[in-house]
Design a protein around this ligand. Sequence first.
Ligand code: ADP
Length: 334
Amino acid sequence: ERVVDAQAGDLERAAEAALRPGSLGEFVGQPKLRAQLDLVLTAAAQRGAAPDHVLLSGPPGLGKTTLAMIIAAETGGVLRPTSGPAVQHAGDLAAILSSLNEHDVLFIDEIHRLARAAEEMLYLAMEDFRVDVVVGKGPGATSIPLTLPRFTVVGATTRAGLLPAPLRDRFGLTGHLEFYSDDELERVLTRSAGLLNATLDPQAAALLAARSRGTPRIANRLLRRVQDWAQVHGTGALDLAATEAALELFEVDAKGLDRLDRAVLHALCTRFGGGPVGLTTLAVAVGEEAETVETVAEPFLVREGFIVRSPRGRMATAAAYHHLGLTPPADGAF
Ligand code: ADP
């Protein structure tokens, strides 16, 4: 359970729901994608038609689910959420498809993890608005074609590159969500504080934004912890003092790194002389699973330029040494 995790825990969804923007106008940032979606949705509404299928790609916590909800609100249909891993059999998908109504939005999170058979059923449904329902088993099985109402698929993926081309080609609009600037995150935070019936001090907003790793989900989570701190130990005001204290309690540093991130960097710089070192060795040194280090800590450390991956292993950059207050070795690779 990390306060800077870009994924949401199950219990967190309700807290998040209260902060979700309900329209494109309220959605902060992503100006290009917002303008593209606005055009497609407005044109479809003018024609009284369902909008084209939309594929949203990008790291977790940047607003893919939120945009799917906004699209459904615009089409006036119902949002039907599912996910790649939840659809194990083509029959699961057939059941969902055959229950859709005109202008509903079928949201498929982690669409790159759909089972093959379901994927093929989806091609037909997206292109021809048709599904073949198989009735019976064995040689006596028959396939009954069923015409579907016009609906819109919104697919979300953190790994657009893993989508097979035939699936990718069936989306009329593909948008990539970028990390948010500090300025945009300040706006997210100020809006969220208002929804929590609080006022966020501008200095506190700037400090939180800088530590949120470009991710609204993390920004909102840190804000909730600041609110907790202010309520329990402070004056109730979301001011700079409460913000600094909460960030210190949760060990989030000036770059948004937490204890695990720093432990990885520290091991790399001090125990392995800056590397290169293999992932497994590094993970053992910090007492974590290799997968945790690779998926939880490393992406942000690479993105921030603290670690580089090389064929011989992970290496620390000079920036990593400086961040930890250490002197980089004179003969270092950087
Ligand atoms: P994803 O589906 O990409 O993992 P979500 O759509 O669930 O991300 O967003 C995570 C949280 O961040 C939600 O609480 C949402 O309200 C908030 N959020 C995401 N993007 C924005 C945005 N552009 N403006 C305001 N809040 C946002």
